[in-house]
Every structure is written in C-alpha cells, then in structure tokens.
Design a protein around this ligand. Structure first.
Ligand SMILES: [Zn+2]
Length: 442
C-alpha cells in the first residue's frame, strides 16, 4: 500500500510540472531540417493564397458530365503547374466519353513520386449546390471542396513550398488529375490508361482524396468493387405442373436458389460483401442496366420464364475477387432442372490491397506528422474507404497511401464542408513527405 501511495504522489508531482514543461517547449517542432522549416514557413505565409485558389476552382462547376467545366478547372491547375516548371499535357477523354485528364511532369534525378487528384465532382450543372461559401473563420462549404478540389490545391501548395525552399528542382514528380473519378468512363482500361502509364517507375504514390474526413487518418488499403448481373431462364408452363421433370422449377425459384447459395457460402468472409440490389422476374422482364430500373410481367398460374438480378461485389484483393467470382459462377452453373443461369461481371474497380510498402509509407507520413507537432496518423479500416483512383496503380507502385487531401465532412452532399485549418497542415505533411521520399526514404 505504501508503495502505491508513494508512486501516486510521484505521479502527482510529475503532472504538476507538465504545464510548465510544455510552456518551456518551443512551439516549433525540433526534428525537422532547415529546408523543411522553409517549406513550413512558406505554407504558413501563403495560407490565404491557397484558400483563394480553392474558392476559385470550387466556383467553377465541374460535375463529371460537364466536360467544359472539368476542362476549365484543369486549365486553372495546368497554369499553376506551368508556373512551377512542369511539362503539362491535357489527355483528351473523347475515347471514354469524358472530359479527359491533366498530366503534369517534373523530371528530376530523385526517386519518382506520383501525386493523384481529380477535377470532377458529383455536382452537375443542374445541382442547387454551386458556390464556395465561407461559414466562419475556419470552415467553408462548397461542391467538391473536400472531394477533392481541396486535395488538388494541397498538391499545388506543397509543390510551391518545395519550390520556394529550393527542393523541387531535382525532384522527379508526376501529377495526374483525372476528369472522371466520380463516374469513370468506359472502357475503364482506356479511361485509366494515362494514370497507369504515369505510374510507371514510381517509387511511391500519394492520393489526395478526403478519406473519412479526419486528419489523423490515412488510407493504406481499400476494397475494389464490381457489379454483376444474373439472367435466369426457365421453362414456361401451367403452374400446376411446376417441378415436373420436363418443366422444372422456373426462373424465379432458380434465381432464389442462386442468391441464397451466394449468401450461405460467401457471407461473413472478412472484407467480402455482395449485394443483390434489384430483381425482376416473371414471364417477361425488361431491365435497363444503365438506369437500373425495369418492368416485369407474370401470372400466378404460370411458371416463370425469366428472372434478372443486378448487384455488386466488393473485395480487398484481386485473389479474393477471383475466388468469390469463381464461387459465384460455380453456384450459378448448378442449375435446377429445366433452368439456365448466366452470370456476368462488369469491369472491376481494382482493390488497393494492404501491402508492407503501403504500411511503410504510412510510417513515413506518421513520422512527418509527429515531426510537425501535429500528432500521429493511423490507417482507416479498409471496409470504410470508398473506391478511388489510387487503386488503379496498386499493382505497379510499391508504396501507396490515399486521403492526404483536405479534411471536413459530408462529401457528396449539399452540406460538403471543409475544415480550412487542415489545408496548411495537409500541405505541410504532403510537402515534407515528398521531400523525404525524394531523399530516398523507403
Ligand atoms: Zn473524390
């Protein structure tokens, strides 16, 4: 007991001194270099410029289908990259029915770093949500303010700070800002060809999405997703004869069998989900897969001839995708008598599987954040991370993180709001991470 009392008193003694110790501690963190200090000073001195640029691009509508608007936002950023000495190129998106992408390259001798943004938003020209609006000293609302024009501005701000500190000139950096992240054009392989090409030889890739909106979180893994369609045919007959050898169970029972087997065999596997979102069945079915709507006709006394189901599938690795798709095809292939099922999968958004390299990049980012005095950074649960463009380079780049962009809340809604204090913080973190990667951090 006395021992406990003693240590308790010791703790009390120590705690009373903490405020004094923190008071004495310098406001500037210790473990950053003189060059990094110059980066930090630049960003602090140019906070308002960054917000002004953000306001300017948020006020240009760039809904994915507003091709002119997407190109206009691209032109604003292109001019910024040109001023920084990047070689810039607009990759036309006619081949996948979208605006296109901005690619900016800065050749240098250091290890190549790929930075990823996107120019489009989910708010089209007919949305009521069109303008940047300052709410108070630290917050602003606007379409795409965090998803992800804020992230794009952070890229620019970080590069300007690196340039001002004399660090940019030897750097090998490629920036890709896609024009159709929110609704990628098809074929996907074509729509992401420029991004995949830009990733060649990169030692690291950083995505500037908003992630879950919290500055203490970063994405090192996210699931991929695809959609599937199940089309079942049966043998029409009078309902009184169902289950007869030459008539079978009908299309609706067969669709029900398949869906139930999906659930029984595959539900509960970690990180794997699949959801039938729409179903139609009867004598005739008319399903529009683009609009995800349709009509069906059938009678209670007729064995169903057709059934159509559309759903999605999400998985954390390509292996998990392949395994799940094979199991689903296998289930669909075991048709009940006198029925036939066809299961097709759309082109998949690839997963960003967790890798040791991504984990190392998180460690570097966490170190940067601690060195800046802005606390630790942790990984988001991959099941909570939505799809994004970094996943397309997952197989090519050894170290990848995402969600290094602007933070806030309510992305994809008319309440999309940014925490403007996160803008300089995220720019500092990004610039210092890029600087350390350029110096060979592995
Ligand atoms: Zn986004």
């Amino acid at each position: 007991m006395t021992d406990v009392k003693k240590s308790g008193a010791g703790m009390l003694f120590f705690m009373t001194f903490i405020p004094f110790i923190s008071f004495l501690a310098p406001a500037e963190p210790q473990s950053i270099s003189a060059e990094e200090r110059a980066v930090v000073s630049y960003i602090d001195a140019h906070k308002d410029d960054a917000i002004a640029l953000l306001e300017r691009v948020v006020n240009i509508n760039s809904g994915t289908q507003n091709l002119v608007g997407v190109r206009e936002v691209g032109a604003v950023f292109r001019a910024e990259f040109d001023r920084l000495g990047f070689q810039t190129q607009w990759v036309d998106g006619a081949g996948w029915q979208r605006a296109g992408h901005l690619v900016a390259t800065h050749p240098g001798t250091s290890p190549k770093v790929l930075l990823i943004g996107h120019l489009d938003t989910v708010f089209e020209r007919d949305s009521p949500f069109q303008k940047f609006e300052r709410l108070d000293a630290t917050t602003a609302r606007g379409p795409g303010i965090i998803d992800m024009k804020g992230g794009d501005v952070i890229i620019i701000q970080a590069l300007k700070a690196l340039d001002a500190a004399g660090l940019l000139k030897s750097m090998n950096i490629t920036v890709v800002m896609t024009g159709d992240e929110e609704a990628a054009g098809r074929p996907l392989t074509r729509a992401r060809e420029a991004l995949v090409t830009a990733a060649k030889g990169a030692a690291a890739a950083i995505g500037f999405e908003d992630g879950d909106g919290l500055a203490e979180h970063i994405v090192v893994a996210r699931r991929g997703s695809t959609s599937w369609e199940l089309r079942v045919t049966g043998t029409p007959a009078h309902s009184s004869q169902i289950f007869r050898d030459d008539i079978g169970a009908g299309a609706i029972f067969e669709a029900a069998r398949i869906l139930n087997a999906f659930r029984e065999q595959l539900a509960g596997e970690p990180h794997l989900t699949f959801n039938p979102g729409v179903i139609l069945g009867g004598t005739s079915v008319d399903f529009d897969s683009v609009q995800s709507r349709g009509t069906a006709f059938g009678k209670t006394n007729v064995v169903a001839e057709r059934a159509t189901v559309a759903g999605d599938l999400r998985a954390l690795s390509n292996e998990q995708f392949q395994k799940a798709m094979a199991a689903m095809r296998d289930i669909a292939g075991k048709s009940l008598p006198r029925t036939r099922a066809e299961l097709t999968f759309d082109e998949a958004y690839p997963p960003l599987a967790p890798t040791a390299g991504n984990e190392r990049l998180l460690v570097h980012y966490d170190r940067v954040s601690r060195d800046l005095g802005s606390g630790p950074v942790e990984a988001v649960n991959p099941d909570r991370a939505g799809a994004a463009d970094v996943s397309f380079v997952a197989d090519q780049v050894p170290m990848i993180i995402d969600a290094a962009g602007l933070k806030g809340k309510d992305g994809h809604t008319v309440g999309e709001t940014a925490d403007l204090t996160a803008l300089p913080l995220q720019a500092k973190r990004a610039a210092m991470l890029i600087a350390r990667l350029a110096k060979g951090a592995r």
